[in-house]
Design a protein around this ligand. Sequence first.
Ligand SMILES: [Zn+2]
Ligand SMILES: [Zn+2]
Length: 194
Amino acid sequence: MKSLAEYEILAERAHGHLCAGQILGLRMALYGVRLLGIEDPEGADRKRLVTYVEIDRCATDAIPVVTGCRLGKRALKFRDFGKVAATFCDLRDGRAVRVAARESAKDRARQLHPEIENRNRQQMAAYREMTDEELFTAEWVRVSIGAEDLPGYKAPLVTCEECGERVNFRREVVREGRTLCRACAGERYYQPLA
Ligand SMILES: [Zn+2]
Ligand SMILES: [Zn+2]
C-alpha cells in the first residue's frame, strides 16, 4: 500500500482537484481494505475486491484509487442511496464490511482546526489526522453478489427483439414471450426525439 500523501496525488489527478471528499474517500477505502486484511489490492489481491458505493459525490472518486475497483472492470457497483458510505467485499474469503462517514466528523474537524477558516481546507487537514473510528462507523455485512454481477462473468449475448441492440450479462427481460432490453421493456431513461 502507498502512503496517504501518495494516494492524494493520484486522487487529485483522477478527480480533477483535491478536496475534503478525496481525503475522506481515500481514508474510507484504506480502512475498508485494512479491515478485510487485503494488503495489495492493485496487485496480488486485485481479483479479491468488489466495492459498492452509495453516493455520486467527491469521495466516491477516491475509492478506486485505493481499491483498484473500477466500473469498467465490473468491480465497482453504484447504489444511489445518497449516503457517504461504501461496502468492501472480499470475494476470496466471502466477507464484506460497510464503512460509513460519521456526521460528527465535520464537528471534530472544526474543533481540531478552528484556525482554518476555509471549511474544505479545515476538513482536509482534520481528515488526514483523525482516527478511523472518529471518521467512520464500520459493520460486517453479508452481500449476495449474483454470478452475473461478478467480474469475469461470461454469458451469451442476447439481441433485443424490439430495438435489435445487443444485451450483455443477463440484463435482458422476457415480456409476453419476447426477449427485450430493459429500455424497450419500459425502463428507458431517455426519450427518442425522432
Ligand atoms: Zn471534490
Ligand atoms: Zn431494445
